[in-house]
Design a protein around this ligand. Structure first.
Ligand code: AMP
Ligand code: MG
Length: 416
């Protein structure tokens, strides 16, 4: 176990002075610049490493493949000893199969039965596919035209021993673990999982599935945020629901044993907006007025050294702010570097006009090669979130989009 890096500074969320509505890219660049990994490093077995973030560059302990070998089932021989025209080569006794090296040497002008993955025996540099020969117990016959080194793989043609094959900061997927295994690793150094607590606020909010009075609404945000954070590879911790009471909220924040706290609701400047009020008391509150729709307000602060992301209460805005701002910021804290979600330029299946001055995210999905957007932009429309499979992002500038125009689609998976 290594030492845990120092916590964030209380002023890490300060915004540049004098800016009125902060453009999304400026806000993101600020977050990127101020955040750093906050977790210690541990070694874990490959079997439990999927989704974890690599803490150092990984070098190949051996080459892949380790020895020159055959790519097919067939017959191996030395190319240089072949004469002109069609070939008839006597077979040596025995065979070369994967796992066990053929010990002897194959004399020039002879061939040996060889199976896929078998190391090339001494005296063999070329293999002919078994479908391309006539073979008996004693000999193989085949046509002219075989290329030197055909159907063989060179040692290290994939990865050379000592080369860096996986880079620090990578979130390990299944194929990365295959690569680590192939080059000789059984355990990998990864960052401890970032613990992200999720808290809902509001006197009107009740637990899903319980009895609700008129005027109450079920807590839709918490299960959504917790589920997304788990999918993103974080250790999502349920911090429950807090009514609009400053002291109860203070106690809940104090008792949270997490690396980051994400709240929804109560992040504006109203009387019952206790998340922002408490953060303001610490002196660390920054109400980020970001030029984004949906999304305002976003309250960022530090509570006893723990960064707090105060997301808007509206579910659509909460989701967009989580994906656009919190996701890359959490990735940075987790050692994952800054995530740039990869979008696709696709033809619009809708028309829309927007004014300059803020970036817009629309609930969207791909159908028949075009991107459709949800009929309503209302930020309480949870059915539209469920309908959507991603977001269309419209630029900060004014835009007049006609059907068929290219727009950027960000699948939800690009944030995971
Ligand atoms: P607030 O920012 O607290 O004023 O909340 C803005 C809107 O989001 C209000 O209509 C709230 O009822 C709604 N809201 C807040 N928290 C949640 C939640 N956890 N689930 C669903 N809706 C919420
Ligand atoms: Mg509220």
């Amino acid at each position: 176990m290594s030492l845990k890096p120092p916590p964030l500074r209380d002023d890490c969320f300060a915004l540049p002075a004098g800016v009125d509505w902060t453009p999304v890219d400026v806000a993101l660049a600020e977050l990127d610049a101020r955040l750093h990994p906050v977790k210690a490093v541990e070694n874990v077995a490959l079997s439990v490493a999927v989704g974890r973030v690599l803490a150092s560059d990984i070098k190949a302990l051996r080459s892949n493949p380790p020895l020159p070998n055959s790519a097919v089932d067939g017959y191996g021989f030395a190319f240089a000893a072949l004469g002109e025209g069609d070939q008839l080569l006597p077979l040596v006794k025995g065979r070369a199969a994967a796992g066990l090296r053929f010990e002897g040497r194959v004399p020039e002008g002879h061939a040996i039965r060889i199976l896929t993955g078998a190391a090339l025996p001494d005296g063999v540099d070329t293999v002919i596919l078994e479908e391309d020969v006539n073979a008996s117990q004693q000999a193989v016959a085949f046509r002219a035209g075989v290329k030197p080194n055909a159907n063989t793989r060179k040692a290290g043609e994939d990865v050379v021993k000592g080369d860096i094959c996986l880079q620090a900061g990578k979130r390990l997927g299944a194929a990365d673990l295959a690569l680590a295994a192939a080059v000789g690793h059984g355990v990998l150094p990864v960052y401890e999982r970032l613990k992200v607590g999720v808290l809902s606020t509001g006197d009107e909010i009740v637990e899903p599935g319980q009895a609700a009075q008129d005027g109450q609404i079920f807590d839709a945000n918490r299960v959504m945020l917790l589920s997304l954070l788990e999918q993103m590879g974080f250790d999502a911790v349920n911090l429950g629901l807090v009514r609009d009471d400053r002291e109860v909220l203070r106690a809940r924040l104090n008792s949270a044993e997490v690396d980051v706290i994400i709240t929804s609701g109560g992040a504006s400047a109203g009387d019952e907006d206790h998340v922002s009020a408490l953060l303001r008391d610490t002196g660390s509150l920054n109400e980020w007025r970001i030029a984004i729709k949906p999304g305002r307000p976003l309250a960022l602060g530090v509570w006893n050294g723990t960064p707090v992301f105060g997301l808007p209460g509206n579910p659509v805005a909460a989701l967009v702010c989580l994906l656009v701002f919190a996701r890359p910021a959490l990735g940075k804290l987790a050692g994952n570097g800054w995530l740039e979600p990869q979008g696709f330029s696709v033809p619009a299946g809708f028309s829309k006009r927007k004014k300059a001055g803020r970036r817009e995210y629309l609930r969207a999905r791909m159908r028949q090669g075009r991107v459709e957007v949800f009929a309503s932009e209302g930020s309480g429309r949870i059915s539209g979130l469920s309908w959507a499979e991603g977001l269309v992002v419209l630029p900060d500038e004014a835009a007049d989009i006609a059907e068929g125009d290219a727009v950027t689609f960000l699948p939800f998976s690009s944030f995971i």
